[in-house]
Ligand binder design. Structure first.
Ligand SMILES: [Zn+2]
Length: 249
């Protein structure tokens, strides 16, 4: 199955004002010089290093890898792979210190991705939907080359262990750390609000292994930009974990 060779995670969107540095980064990508009035910019808190409701987390290295990989990637309006679905492009991304700490006491870090699109008639509908808080959740798709068990330290991309997402072992809930990100495909607006809070929907299985664990319902989604079979991951079934968003204008 080609649809389970990558993963998705959710994030949140808000409008932002483009400064001179933003315009320089945008114009490094654009073929024709653009002015501030030509573009609409928004930023996405794509993910962080906290343990999420899927009992997974990125480590800080993974966030940095995602920041590098996402620059230049497209933003699509929904999961449909149609060419006219491309809406915006990522022009900058960085890992920022956030207030607070993770649930296990690490300093909280966020991957903040900045995107631009042309502020024109063709995009006016989507821009209005972002400003109005209708389009406010996104998912990111990416390829983790390591998925490490918090209980035993085994990399589930390479070997099997008996531990399950969210199950407690000696009082410690098992989670998995996603790292060694080899590719990032696109940001997409999540079109189906029912996905919010849907909980754990993910399994990592080696070939021949039977699915089990905390996930009941499973959703497999194909990232529009994710190449079929481009990587050697055995299986990673994913669902967008959506976050609430704040629209600032
Ligand atoms: Zn384990």
């Amino acid at each position: 199955m080609g649809s389970d060779k990558y993963m998705r995670k959710g994030g949140m969107v808000k409008s932002m004002e483009a400064g001179d540095a933003d315009m320089a980064a945008i114009n490094a990508i654009a073929l024709e010089p653009l002015d501030k009035g030509d573009v609409y910019t928004f930023e996405v808190v794509a993910c962080d290093n906290d343990i999420d409701r899927d009992f997974e987390r990125f480590d800080e290295k993974a966030l940095g890898q995602l920041a590098e990989l996402f620059v230049g990637k497209t933003v699509i309006k929904d999961h449909s792979p149609r060419a006219d679905n491309q809406f915006a492009r990522v022009y900058a991304a960085e890992v920022e210190d956030a207030d607070g700490e993770t649930s296990d006491g690490l300093p909280l870090k966020q991957l903040v991705v900045k995107c631009y699109t042309l502020d024109n008639e063709a995009n006016s509908q989507v821009i209005a939907e972002i400003k109005g808080g209708i389009k406010k959740e996104v998912s990111v798709s990416f390829m983790p080359e390591s998925v490490t068990c918090s209980i035993c330290g085994i990399d589930r991309r390479k070997a099997w262990c008996e531990h399950r997402w969210g199950k407690e072992y000696d009082g410690e809930a098992c989670h998995f750390t996603l790292s060694d990100i080899s590719d990032a495909y696109e940001l997409s607006f999540v079109a189906i609000p029912a996905q919010r809070g849907a909980g754990t929907k993910k399994e990592y299985l080696l070939d021949g292994e039977e699915p089990s664990g905390p996930a009941e319902a499973k959703t497999e989604e194909k990232a529009a930009g994710a190449p079929e079979g481009a990587h050697s991951i055995s299986r990673a079934k994913a669902l967008a974990a959506a976050f609430l968003a704040t629209i600032e204008r």
